[in-house]
Design a protein around this ligand. Sequence first.
Ligand SMILES: C[S@@+](CC[C@H](N)C(=O)[O-])C[C@H]1O[C@@H](n2cnc3c(N)ncnc32)[C@H](O)[C@@H]1O
Length: 286
Amino acid sequence: MTLPQAAGEALAWARAQLRNSPGAEPLDAAILLAHVLAVPRVELLAHPERPLSAEQAARFAGLVARRAAGVPVAYLTGTRAFYDRELLVSPAVLIPRPETELLVEAALAWAQGRAGLRVADVGTGSGAIAVTLAAHLPDAQIHAVDCSPEALAVARQNADRAGIAERIVFYEGDLLGPLLDAGVMLDLIAANLPYIPTDDLAVLEVARHEPRPALDGGPDGLDAIRRLLAQAPRALAAGGLALLEIGAGQGERAAALAARVFPDAAIAVLPDYAGHDRVLRIERSG
Ligand SMILES: C[S@@+](CC[C@H](N)C(=O)[O-])C[C@H]1O[C@@H](n2cnc3c(N)ncnc32)[C@H](O)[C@@H]1O
């Protein structure tokens, strides 16, 4: 194979390679080439004659081959945009999704005008929720939990990059367990826990690449959410808020679970932009 020697030629070559790859998007070739050349994507269009060194061409060809094999672009570039920042990601963490930005928005809307909040991000993964909330709530105390030490290492790196590492306490453990053990009370619990039913994982492309503990929600998808709800009354202060990301179609069952645990709370299911159930909102009476 002769490797392309200029940006325009490289893009055309990569688009042809990825044309029939399931899940590949039209922009993938440009994102990967911009990553290899360390230039903004617009540069590639403005300067198709830009030369590639032999090392750059070989590296680009390697990334395109991995993309064609289904590896997500974010794992190839090592970054993903989330809310108002770019986060580091690795195959140890779920690639943060735009749907989770709705949870962050709901948290920030509620937090407005409330000082000194005690906040937990349960199942922090890349730290997407914890780091974003810490950056926007400068006087909040943030706690971030994950059962995966590899994920926590990525979350710590993202906190470092945001310059807020000292504002987040990280815990390796099961759900709210480490916080209950430490006697931490919370005003806000945010959690994007695994919620895909186990049987659905077999047919999902994401399950081939993203970590199973980030996806597998047990037989009905609600195992982790059910266990978190069982712990939550001991950790959530009166007047506090819990925001739990859920799967499309899980709203009714998740709300019923919440109502059993928090009979006096205001419970709602917030939809995403596609109109699917996305966030279970539980506001405890004050
Ligand atoms: C769906 S990912 C979400 C990651 C990140 N919060 C986000 O929104 O992009 C779920 C995360 O929960 C973690 N997790 C799964 N079960 C857990 C448990 N029982 N206790 C703590 N963390 C758990 C996984 O390791 C994974 O990082």
